[in-house]
Design a protein around this ligand. Structure first.
Ligand SMILES: Nc1ncnc2c1ncn2[C@@H]1O[C@H](COP(=O)(O)OP(=O)(O)OP(=O)(O)O)[C@@H](O)[C@H]1O
Ligand SMILES: [Mg+2]
Length: 333
């Protein structure tokens, strides 16, 4: 950082020095500084975005982001932190990292994907090295499957050739045609390279609602038996998740051999959110809009949401989704 600033400082001060120094020497000196700046990748990458496979992820920064921004997801936080940090720190991974995020609507699956992307690339989801696919948006027509397959494969191949540490996020995985999942399968496997391209440093994140009911059942059992939500362990979820995943006949994802062949490294459960988590989401939104947190409005917005099961009203139907639009009503001036 210091060197980068010094180089920039030299460039900015250059006009003042012109009169004192002979023009040709000054030109050469400037060219030298510029060449050094551009050819020294770590410096260059401070100012422009790079694929920069050597850039290390800060565990502390990722942890801080997860702790301060993601509410009510102690399991997801722990798995994601360890999985992503462990993977990025490994100079020679044997296969790409594959995370499958599951859970009820509005519980933070896209949100956490964004946090991961931002911690690896400055541009986050807008980075040239991060690619988001939404099944219903990008692959809507079953009749075009062959075309989609070709496009998807060449997109992945092209992007990983350009940047080994590319991130691919597949949203609505449960609505994705099994043929398309089969098309990406080879890239997730333990190959050193495929047609000269190595996919071992790429990250694939799959998002779906598959298994949400079972995750919710476990969370509800804990709640009913008076246990803390934070007492839920990964092992309480893993079985439920994989069984429900296999049994879900409607989703293409589970028909394909992605799971049979153990190509998913981590199944990450997202718990349904409670009233107190909605309030946390509302507070954050108020602050980000520049308003002072008004606890009265926070409670009123949270109470407008619908909760299930009907009698106990424990979990929000829509997670933190739609709380923001409800907030508009109170600040519509
Ligand atoms: N656990 C959470 N902690 C903090 N904010 C959250 C959480 N869950 C959701 N939010 C907020 O709600 C918004 C919507 O959530 P998000 O899009 O991540 O849900 P999702 O799990 O992807 O839902 P869906 O299954 O419907 O796609 C987020 O952008 C974020 O602002
Ligand atoms: Mg989502």
């Amino acid at each position: 950082m210091k060197l980068g600033r010094a180089a920039l400082g030299l460039l900015l001060l250059a006009p003042l020095a012109v009169r004192a120094v002979e023009p040709i020497s000054l030109g050469l000196a400037l060219a030298g500084v510029l060449t050094g700046y551009i050819s020294y990748p770590r410096l260059y990458c401070l100012f422009a975005e790079c694929c920069s496979p050597k850039r290390s992820l800060s565990r502390e920064a990722l942890q801080k982001d997860l702790d301060s921004k993601l509410f009510g997801q102690h399991l997801a936080k722990k798995v994601i932190l360890n999985a992503v940090f462990g993977f990025i720190s490994n100079p020679k991974p044997k296969k790409p990292l594959t995370l499958s995020l599951h859970g009820w609507t509005g519980t933070g699956k896209n949100f956490v994907s964004k946090i991961i992307a931002e911690n690896i690339y400055k541009g986050g989801l807008n980075s040239d090295y991060v690619h988001l696919f939404v099944a219903t948006l990008h692959f809507p027509h079953i009749s075009n499957i062959t075309l989609y397959k070709d496009q998807l494969q060449s997109w992945i191949r092209g992007n990983v050739s350009a940047c080994a540490r590319s991130i691919f996020i597949f949203d609505e995985m449960d609505k994705m045609h099994s043929g398309l999942i089969d098309a990406i399968k080879p890239y997730l496997d333990y190959y050193d390279n495929l047609d000269g391209v190595s996919y071992q440093k790429a990250i694939f994140i799959f998002l779906s609602n598959a298994g949400a009911e079972r995750i919710t059942d476990v969370a509800l059992d804990f709640w009913r038996s008076g246990k803390q939500r934070e007492e839920i362990e990964l092992k309480d979820m893993e079985h439920a998740l994989s069984v429900s995943a296999f049994n879900n006949k409607n989703s293409g994802f589970w028909h394909s051999s992605l799971i049979d062949r153990n190509l998913i490294d981590y199944f990450v459960p997202f718990l349904p959110l409670e009233y107190k988590h909605l309030k946390m989401c509302i507070r954050v939104e108020m602050q980000s809009r520049g308003y002072k947190v008004d606890e009265d409005i926070v409670s009123r917005v949270a109470e407008e949401m619908t909760f299930f099961p009907k009698e106990e009203r424990v979990f929000s139907d829509k997670g933190c989704k739609t709380v923001f639009t409800k907030l508009d009503y109170y600040y519509d001036d």
